[in-house]
Design a protein around this ligand. Structure first.
Ligand SMILES: [Fe+2]
Ligand SMILES: [Fe+2]
Length: 276
C-alpha cells in the first residue's frame, strides 16, 4: 500500500501568489501531475491541511478544479488556514463525516492500514486544539474492536520542532491527552503524520514515529534560534510517500521532491522580502 501525503497547499483565489512570491496553484498542479505519473501510483492521497489560504469557497473551487486530474482516492483534514464548512461542501467525499458533525474526524477502512483522520483546527486561530469530544472520539475508534494497524493523519504536530515561530502555533490543548492515548495503543499506531510546519521532520513521540511532511508549495526556513523570524524558503516542493508492507507490517517513509522546481533557493521573510 502506497500513501502520498500532500500538505500545505495554501491555494489563493484567482491563483493569487502566496506572499506575493509563491505560485501555489502551479505547485499543486505540478504535485498532481507528479503523483499521476508515478508507477506504481499511490493507492490513496492524504492532504494534511492548509488546503486553502483563507479557507473560502473560491479557493476550494480552484483546488477542486486542479484535483479533477487527481483520479485516485483522496482524503483531507483541515489546517488552520481552512474553514470546515466550505471545505466539506467542496470536498464531501474527501471529508466523509455525517451532516452536522462538529469536526472532520473519520476513519478510512478501505486499506490494510487503517487511516484515522483527526481534525485539530481551532477555526480562526493559528494553533491547534483537541478538545474532550475529539479525544473521546479517538479513544472510541481505538477501542472499537478493529485491531488492525493504523496511521493517524492530522494538521498540527503535537511536538516542539525547534522552529520557534512555528512551535508557538503547534498543537496546544489536548496534546498531553493525545500522547497518553497514543502511548496506550503504540503497538497498533504505526505513525502519526502531520503538516503545518512546511518542512520534513521526523521523530518518535509517545512511542510511535511522528513525521511532518514538507509542503508541496514552499518550505519554512530551518532556523533554531529562539528569536528566529517567520521566514519561508523556496527549497524544492516535496511530499512524503509512506509505504505500508502488509506481510512485514512495516511502514517506511520516503521524501520525494516534486519535479519542476526553480533554483537557487532564496530565503524570504513573511513580508515576502528577500533575506539573503
Ligand atoms: Fe501551512
Ligand atoms: Fe498550518
Amino acid at each position: 500500500m502506497l500513501i502520498a501525503q500532500l500538505t500545505d497547499l495554501h491555494i489563493g483565489a484567482g491563483r493569487r501568489l502566496a506572499y506575493r512570491k509563491v505560485d501555489t496553484a502551479g505547485a499543486l498542479e505540478n504535485a498532481v501531475d507528479h503523483v499521476m505519473a508515478m508507477d506504481p501510483r499511490p493507492d490513496v492521497v492524504l492532504f494534511t491541511g492548509d488546503i486553502g489560504d483563507l479557507g473560502n469557497q473560491q479557493e476550494y473551487g480552484l483546488v477542486a478544479e486542479i484535483l479533477t486530474k487527481l483520479t485516485l482516492p483522496y482524503f483531507m483534514v483541515p489546517g488552520n488556514h481552512d474553514r470546515r464548512a466550505p471545505l466539506r461542501t467542496a470536498f464531501p467525499d474527501a471529508t466523509p463525516v455525517k451532516d452536522g458533525a462538529a469536526f472532520v474526524n473519520y476513519v478510512v477502512d478501505d486499506y490494510p492500514l487503517r487511516l484515522i483522520a483527526l481534525d485539530t483546527l481551532d477555526e480562526g486561530k493559528p494553533g491547534g486544539v483537541l478538545g474532550a469530544d475529539q479525544l473521546d472520539w479517538l479513544r472510541g475508534v481505538l477501542s472499537d474492536g478493529d485491531d488492525r494497524p493504523c496511521l493517524i493523519f492530522m494538521h498540527h504536530p503535537p511536538i516542539v520542532t525547534g522552529i520557534a515561530h512555528m512551535d508557538a502555533q503547534n498543537l496546544g490543548e489536548g496534546a498531553d491527552e493525545l500522547a497518553a492515548i497514543v502511548a496506550q495503543h503504540r503497538d497498533r499506531i504505526r505513525a502519526i503524520i502531520c503538516g503545518h510546519v512546511h518542512r520534513p521532520i521526523h521523530t518518535i513521540w509517545a512511542g510511535v514515529p511522528l513525521m511532518i511532511g514538507p509542503s508541496v508549495a514552499h518550505q519554512v526556513a530551518f532556523d533554531l534560534r529562539d528569536d528566529g523570524p517567520s521566514a519561508f524558503v523556496m527549497e524544492p516542493p516535496a511530499m512524503h510517500l509512506h509505504v505500508w508492507d502488509t506481510p512485514s507490517q512495516n511502514l517506511l517513509t520516503h521524501l520525494a521532491y516534486i519535479d519542476r522546481y526553480d533554483g537557487p533557493h532564496p530565503f524570504f521573510g513573511a513580508d515576502g522580502k528577500l533575506i539573503v
